[in-house]
Design a protein around this ligand. Sequence first.
Ligand SMILES: Cc1ncc(COP(=O)(O)O)c(C=O)c1O
Length: 332
Amino acid sequence: MASSAALTRLSEWPRLKLANLPTPIRPLARLAEALGSPALDLLVKLDSETGFGLGGNKVRKLEFELAPDRLEGITCLITAGGPQSNHCRVTAAAAARLGLRCALIVNGPEPEAPTGNALLHRLFGAVIVTVPERQDRSTQLQSTAVDIELEGGHPLVIPIGASTGLGSLGYAAASIELFKQLTNQKPPPERTVVFVASSSCGTLAGLLLGISLLKLNHVLLVGVSADMSAAEIEERSKQIACEGADLLGWDGPLLTDSIKAIDDQVGDGYGLSTTASDEALRMFALHEGLVLDPTYTAKAAAGLISWVRTGMVSDLDRVVFLHTGGHPGLFT
Ligand SMILES: Cc1ncc(COP(=O)(O)O)c(C=O)c1O
């Protein structure tokens, strides 16, 4: 299938309308100046403002996962994540809006006084099933689904992070939205470099699929890991992008050389701030009035800042920071 036909298929794909789209894009001129690169063409795309359930990147993925045809006969949404999962938050909000039950499989002990996303999971009415460790979540997800069926319910299981081929279509569409917004501006002499926080990889995969459909080989997608190794992020993103391409019936080449994962901002691990991520969080707030989250976007911003400071991007590039949300994580 030609990429133009796949693009049409993507635009016509059934979805549940949840997000406020297109999300805004704007320059980060004061930040560029504070970084000592006043001529750098630095922009932010605010997917933090997708809106629904306090927004972020999960909203776009769930629009596809929760397409009306997939919800026929469904009584309960089930997914899994960490105690501060943004994905669990938006899934629970969607269940509340759709009048469905929601079960969340969450690792770690039940908090005494839930804060941030943990508080929102409960406010949206989700039933929380706790498991001791992260690696216990997938098995529990399946067994909770079986329990719900035995009780006569009909669950829809949404894999962790909605990072499936289907969920990635949300970010293929976002990629197209982004480059449409950028065509209104002067093209960069060299590259457009997009920085995005990565973990379960559906966001990076979707962006890769989108730029491949558009045949944009002047783009570099930098996935800044929140936890996994760079090699794992790259491999998983390519795999999910292939699954998304299969759904569209597109067998054209994925621009796999256009993604680069980096894991040098993980520090001591998932959710643990570093000196660089703290600095990034403060700089975005102080110079741009933008709120980052400590787990994902502050680390992605730290990656961007380090590339600016070390000359890995220059005034010849256009640099886009994709803000994927996660604000409630700041209040924990
Ligand atoms: C705020 C935020 N940014 C980025 C990510 C990473 O997105 P993905 O899981 O699609 O790699 C997540 C996912 O958990 C997130 O919650």
